[in-house]
Write a protein that binds this ligand. Sequence first.
Ligand SMILES: O=C[C@H](O)[C@H](O)COP(=O)(O)O
Ligand SMILES: C=C(OP(=O)(O)O)C(=O)O
Length: 342
Amino acid sequence: MNMKLIKRLPSKEEIRDLLPVSPDSQKARANKIDEIKSIFSGEDDRFLLVIGPCSADNEDSVYEYIDRLARLQEEVKDRVLMVPRIYTNKPRTTGGGYKGMLHQPDPNKEPDMSEGIKAMRKLHIKALESFHMPAADEMLYPDNYSYLEDILGYIAIGARSVENQQHRLTCSGVDIPVGMKNPTSGDCSVMLNAINAAQQGHRFIYRGFDAESSGNPYAHGILRGAVDPYGKNVPNYHYEDLKFFSELYEKTEFANKAIIIDTNHANSMKRYKEQPRIAKEILWSRKYDPLLKKMVKGLMIESYLVEGSQDVSENTYGKSITDPCLGWEDTEKLVYHIAENS
Ligand SMILES: O=C[C@H](O)[C@H](O)COP(=O)(O)O
Ligand SMILES: C=C(OP(=O)(O)O)C(=O)O
């Protein structure tokens, strides 16, 4: 084998003993998950925002960001429910680049998975304990989900993973909402098939066990735009796109039908400053069409303390080292606008 096994990693039990979640936070998390589920079931008509940095690259700046978000949440709590993004695992298009806190707890140092597992769990717990806002993370590696399964409030399956069977089957055994992104190619039947697979129960291999899941009725879709075979950007947030996907989705038998729209990635083509314009267009489409108002339950927004992005070596506090993000001032304005217009 052309691979060296460097170190045995801690088990889920070992890591939970080392970094436990307090009973108070467990209760707060359960309550917040019920609120998030009520949005998906339609019992709560508030708008969901999954919002935060592209990657959680630094404990202090991500914590400061969520501190600000928690205050803002209080201001808009009647209309908007926010789930902070604490994205500790990053998929990479070409394989190169920063792969997230799990791999490198310090982006300027060598990878260390053992420390990475502790760092990501520590940050998620710190945010949950302080702000009682269970966060969102991408399930990039289904086996690693167990390190965060008692902390998260929302999971996304990324555009590069959504066609993968192990992701879909693992999601069928998860009891929090899971957003299935459309693949990078934009073929939305892949997204719908992923929702279908996750909503059913399965028998499969999970972490060395013969496991059985009962299905996740809160699996739903996330539209994030696409790139066509010629490299051309194809957004899917415009009125006609939303209408098309909503009508298609409406015909399915899925439980809790819902679409979240990612305003960055291939919808903005990483032109992060376009996110407010894209969000406003989506809100307008929702106002115009009752089906869209029912189906489009929220947005995913990439935002951080400082706008834009930087190279890892630059070390500007609170600025993304992966995709460019909206800065705090623009984020605040956008969230107030969403609260008034959703
Ligand atoms: O969300 C972040 C990125 O879009 C994703 O991780 C892929 O990044 P890359 O295309 O820069 O590798
Ligand atoms: C990687 C992400 O998204 P996508 O899978 O849509 O590229 C992300 O949301 O950070």
